[in-house]
Write a protein that binds this ligand. Structure first.
Ligand code: FMN
Ligand code: FES
Length: 637
């Protein structure tokens, strides 16, 4: 491909691409995001290719591998355009039937998504409740384009915002538009992007740098990875526009090493953008020069923090420093550096193309636009969802997520990763908004949303997040390093049934010190899961301490497994599977557990057939005495 030297040439090329493509041509799209890839989408692709070839339909029907569609648990996903017929959990052996079905315009019933609540089979992707209630703006193109093809991105008007910015707007006008759009950073704190750009622009010192944060270390979060894998050009385009506004000629993408597909697609996209003259010297003949370098991070949570990230890019250990001076003043190599999250940069082209008024029409007073969340945990539909700011947690969990599996009761939702808090049922109608979430003790964070049901122990959950931060803390400052150890020790104590009432006060006091005295936001916010669970689920802490009872029956030291003799069918399954020989009984004899031998691994509970459901967990109550040798009374089927 020859380099594009002007805006007119870019537009000409776009028209040529559009002219070459028939929007009504049937195209089979196959998700090739990491989750679908892990479910063998590559083999499905090979099988589809073979079938199209065998049935002589290669010219007639297109086949495109796309980025993540968001509904990863149903993958590999196949969507056939223009009808938008959606097939889930596709296997290589389904390829012949799919191609045949496309040829004969027939829908394959058995591959359609079946609603777990109503059992209804749904044909079209946009009618699936998981998608129906979303507003897929930034994440939307992921499902149409091949991330490895710059032509696909140009076809959907990619790089038109860059052309508009460079040809019709001054850097100050671009900056004003972002400020007017009230775009807030999607990576954590929701800092106004325009303000940060302006600070970097006005800061003394040259050169200035722009940086993409694709570290994404929050447990359960993977929206940045999927966006980078599925639509890297959108991030690159946003970054170039930002660089133009700020007056930067060098950019970096900090991406964790554990994201190999994101790194691969990003590197390819950068190469293509350079070849097309969209990166490098004199971009599109505008006179603006800009280049991007990829920095692969070693994958430490703390390295996602702005000062640690800059230091890691300099080749040193990624540890935060005091931030009395902002990165926008003194960042990478002590020069003004503007760091924004993947999603923040990818939102920029939309604002430039559609305008700040349009962006302001989506969302709430204080939080504009949409936000991508990774909805995971105890929810029927898990995956990546993009919703307008202001949608309530209830709408996300129930209308999009389909509610809690197996009719269990909702208990809480963790937003904001380890720095966020666990929000109880009473706040389910809280609108998703940076400020609203902070008001109730949590935060938006980068978009992890972990749903918990009645079987989740809130003390154990708080301990999980604290232990995560304990592992990930750089250890440089005492409040964070030692504070986390103290919190972890007390929570472990409580989970083991050894907790004391006065330790609850110690938790609060240590949390307070960590908040005020930690070097960076890792330590300052790490106690949030503890503080929110203490605030909203204090009765669970008290049950552990006073009654030696775990209400969710999770904490090993506080539970016993017990076989209900009335329900036991003496099927021998638990007896055979018990690793310590604690299960006693025999053929036709009711089973019982020798408590001294039981290591509480829970295998008996898991393997007991549903038709008996004889194994129970008991907590805070005595285990009824066994009756060895009792015969099973078989009920008539
Ligand atoms: C411990 C820690 C880890 C962080 N990890 C990330 C991350 O993985 N990605 C991210 O965009 N921001 C992360 N942040 C927030 C960044 O410090 C920074 O605020 C953000 O990248 C700025 O981009 P934004 O304004 O577009 O949100 C982290 C912050 C802390 C304290
Ligand atoms: S990876 Fe295929 S839907 Fe997410």
């Amino acid at each position: 491909m020859a380099r594009i030297n002007s805006f007119a040439e870019l537009e000409k090329l776009r028209q040529e691409i559009k002219g070459r493509r028939d929007p009504n041509k049937t195209c089979i799209t196959l998700c090739s995001g990491t989750a679908c890839y892990a479910s063998a989408s590559e083999s499905v692709n090979e099988a589809l290719e073979r079938e199209l070839d065998r049935q002589g339909l290669k010219e007639e029907i297109g086949l495109r591998r796309t980025g993540c569609h968001g509904f990863c648990e149903q993958g590999p996903l196949v969507v056939i355009y223009p009808e938008e017929t959606c097939y889930t959990k596709v296997k290589p052996e389904d390829a012949a039937e799919i191609v045949q079905g496309v040829k004969e315009k027939k829908v394959i019933e058995r591959l359609l998504y079946s609603d777990p609540v109503t059992g209804e089979k749904i044909v079209h992707e946009s009618e699936i409740p998981f998608y129906k209630n979303q507003h897929r703006l930034v994440f939307g193109p992921n499902r149409w384009i091949d991330p490895k093809s710059i032509e696909d991105y140009l076809y959907i008007d990619g790089y038109s915002a860059l052309a508009k910015a460079l040809s019709q707007m001054t850097p100050d006008q671009v900056l004003e538009e972002i400020k007017k759009a009230n775009l807030r950073g999607r990576g954590g704190g929701g800092f106004p992007a325009g303000k940060k750009w302006e600070e970097t622009k006005n800061a003394p010192g040259e050169p200035k740098y722009v940086v993409v944060n694709c570290d994404e270390g929050d447990p359960g979060a993977y929206m940045d990875r999927s966006l980078m894998e599925g639509n890297p050009h959108s991030v690159i385009e946003g970054l170039i526009i930002g660089a133009y506004a700020i007056g930067s000629h060098k950019g970096f993408v900090y991406v964790r090493q554990e994201y190999p597909l994101a790194v691969e697609n990003l590197n390819l996209a950068l190469k293509q953008a350079e070849e097309y003259g969209l990166l490098g010297g004199n971009i599109l003949g505008s006179g603006f020069d800009f280049s991007i370098k990829v920095h692969r991070g070693a994958g430490a949570f703390v390295s996602g923090e702005s000062s640690a990230l800059m230091i890691a890019m300099e080749g040193k250990a990624g540890e935060p420093r005091m931030k009395y001076i902002h990165m926008s003043q003194r960042g990478y190599k002590e020069k003004p550096s503007c760091l924004n999250n993947v999603e923040t940069w990818a939102t920029v082209p939309f604002i430039i193309n559609k305008g700040s008024d349009w962006f302001n029409s989506i969302g709430t007073e204080g939080s504009k636009g949409t936000k991508i969340f990774s909805l995971v945990g105890k929810v029927n539909n898990t995956g990546l969802v993009e919703v307008p700011m202001g949608m309530t947690l209830r709408q996300i969990i129930y209308d999009i997520g389909g509610g809690i599996p197996k009719g269990r009761k909702f208990k809480g939702v963790q937003t904001g990763g380890p720095s966020g808090g666990i929000i109880p049922e009473q706040y389910l109608d809280t609108p998703i908004d940076f400020d609203e979430l902070t008001k109730i003790g949590s935060m938006m964070g980068s978009g992890g949303m972990i749903v918990m049901d009645e079987d989740t122990c809130m003390v154990d959950m708080a301990r999980y997040f604290v232990d995560f931060c304990c592992e990930e803390s750089c250890g440089k400052c005492i409040p964070c390093r030692e504070g986390l150890r103290v919190l972890s020790g007390i929570l472990t104590h409580i989970c083991e049934g050894e907790g004391k009432e006065e330790e609850l006060q110690t938790l609060e006091r240590v949390a307070e010190v960590m908040k005020d005295a930690s070097l960076c936001a890792l330590g300052a916010t790490a106690a949030n899961p503890v503080l929110t669970t203490l605030k909203y689920f204090r009765d669970e802490y008290e049950a552990h301490i006073k009654d030696k009872r775990c209400p969710a029956k999770v904490c090993k030291n506080l539970i016993n497994y017990y076989i209900d003799p009335e329900k036991c069918g003496a099927c021998m399954i638990c007896l055979r599977n018990c690793p310590t020989g604690a299960v006693q009984g025999g053929k036709n004899l009711v089973h019982w557990i020798e408590q001294d031998k039981c290591i509480k691994c829970g295998i008996c509970y898991q393997v007991c057939p549903e038709r008996f459901s004889a194994v129970e967990k008991l907590s805070g109550e005595p285990v009824p005495a066994p009756v060895p040798g009792r015969e099973v009374v078989r009920k008539k089927e």
